[in-house]
Structures are given as structure tokens and as C-alpha cells.
Design a protein around this ligand. Structure first.
Ligand code: PEP
Length: 257
């Protein structure tokens, strides 16, 4: 029997947001507390500059705040970087590692991503490991091969269902308005579930598998209802409370149908 998994809806603000934007976070928190707490966990990954203020504003709630990347080391001569220790020290509960924009813009390999995930776990942050194929890889029929490689090489051996979530984000679907067909998401998530269960046993069968790439209130119910989709990683639509809460509400619709 498939274990019961509490969904996780995570927002990724990327390099967007100033202190003035935190009113959106407050509206998200309000919506979460009044209507959604029983259905899902909510996480908002803000820029490093906002983690401390965001964590303060959500401190009396169960909304989690996360960073979008971390360095492998705890401290040292790495100008411009933030360590997992620093992110946790600002009040964050989580961190994203291996986002395709990091893999592309900063040349991060899966080996680096694995080490970053290890850093997140070292300080007790819920760690979201991102993987996903490019358009060229999909067109050449290599999607599952790429997912297998990235998953195998990016996940730390100590990952558990409570400490790590995996986000499947087809690179070509990020910020483009395009999404894969339901059957393709179904296939990718089923494949990841099998790989994780083979490697991590019971923990792998309970690990949350998020879908990411152009999730919006309009397509959330269809995407979130797919087997082995245990939540979403949301970019653009996480900047506005109305859109983000609209996506979260998909879980209420799913429960009520
Ligand atoms: C993302 O950056 O993780 C993402 C999924 O972006 P968007 O929702 O804007 O496609």
C-alpha cells in the first residue's frame, strides 16, 4: 500500500523580492493558517537577504522559510557565498540545492549538489534536491536516463523521508508556461519513486517528490493529482499570495473530489 505522505508546497522567489514584498508572505501565512494547515506543509524560499526578516514574521506559525542554495563548507574564504550554518542561523528551516539555474549559471555538477545537500542535512535543514532534463535530453529520449544519473549522484546517503524532498523540474518547463503531459509526469515520478525505494527502502517510499515547472493555480489540480506527486516547487507563481494560495488550494480540491 502507498504510504500516506503530507504534501509540501514550496515557493522559490529566486532573485526577486525586497523587504516591501514581505506583505505577500504575511498574506500567504494567513491563508495557510486559516485554511490549509491540515492539508499540506508550506515553505517559502526567499533570497538570502530576506531570510532573517521572513523567519521573524513567520516565527509563530508553521510556515517554513528556506534558502535557495548553500555552500558546502561551514565557513571560509568564499566571497559572496552563504553556508548552511548561516542560513539556519538566520532562522531558515530549509534549503534548495541543485536548482537548474544553479547547475547552469554556476556549473554545479551532481557531485557538488550532493555535497551541498550534505551541508543542509548537517545543520538540520529540510533539503530539497532538484533534478530535471533539458529540452534536448527529452527530445533525444534520454529523460529517464538523466533522472537516474542526477538522482543517483545528487542524493546524499543519509537522506531520509523527513529530511529530504526531491523536486523534478524539467528545465524546459521552468518559467516558460510549458508543462509536460500528465503521462510524462506520471512516468517520471513513478521512476523516481522506484529508484528511491530501491536505494533508501522505506524512507524512499515516503520521500516527498515535488513537481516543478510552470505550476499555476489553473494547472495545479491536474498536476498535483498525479500518483507520486507529493507537492510542488513553484517559481513565478509563488511571488503573489493569491497565486500561491491558489496552488495550495489544489490539495483541498483533490481531497474533496
Ligand atoms: C522554479 O524555478 O523552481 C520554477 C519551477 O519556476 P516556475 O514555476 O516559474 O516555472
Amino acid at each position: 500500500m502507498t504510504p500516506k505522505i503530507k504534501p509540501l508546497v514550496a515557493g522559490n522567489w529566486k532573485m526577486n523580492g525586497l523587504h516591501a514584498s514581505l506583505h505577500e508572505l504575511e498574506a500567504m501565512t494567513k491563508g495557510y493558517n486559516t485554511e490549509l494547515r491540515g492539508f499540506l506543509d508550506m515553505l517559502v524560499c526567499v533570497p538570502a537577504t530576506l531570510i532573517h526578516s521572513a523567519a521573524k514574521r513567520t516565527s509563530n506559525t508553521s510556515v517554513m522559510i528556506g534558502g535557495q542554495d548553500c555552500h558546502i563548507n561551514a565557513s571560509g574564504a568564499h566571497t559572496g557565498d552563504c553556508s548552511a550554518e548561516m542560513i539556519a542561523d538566520c532562522g531558515a528551516n530549509a534549503v534548495i540545492v541543485g536548482h537548474s539555474e544553479r547547475r547552469t549559471d554556476h556549473g554545479e555538477s551532481s557531485t557538488t549538489v550532493k555535497a551541498k545537500a550534505g551541508a543542509g542535512l548537517r545543520v538540520g535543514l529540510l533539503t530539497i534536491v532538484c533534478i530535471g532534463e533539458t529540452e534536448a535530453e527529452r527530445k533525444s529520449g534520454r529523460t529517464l536516463e538523466v533522472l537516474s544519473e542526477q538522482l543517483g549522484q545528487s542524493m546524499p546517503d543519509s537522506a531520509t523521508a523527513d529530511t529530504v524532498a526531491v523536486a523534478y523540474e524539467p528545465v524546459w518547463a521552468i518559467g516558460t508556461g510549458l508543462t509536460p503531459a500528465v503521462e510524462d509526469v506520471h512516468e517520471a515520478h513513478g521512476f523516481m519513486r522506484k529508484q528511491l525505494t530501491e536505494r533508501f527502502g522505506n524512507e524512499g517510499s515516503r520521500m516527498r517528490l515535488l513537481y516543478g515547472g510552470s505550476v499555476k493555480p489553473e494547472n495545479a489540480t491536474e498536476l498535483m493529482a498525479i500518483e507520486n506527486v507529493d507537492g510542488a516547487l513553484v517559481g513565478g507563481a509563488s511571488l503573489k499570495a493569491a497565486d500561491f494560495l491558489g496552488i495550495c488550494n489544489a490539495y483541498r480540491n483533490i481531497k474533496n473530489t
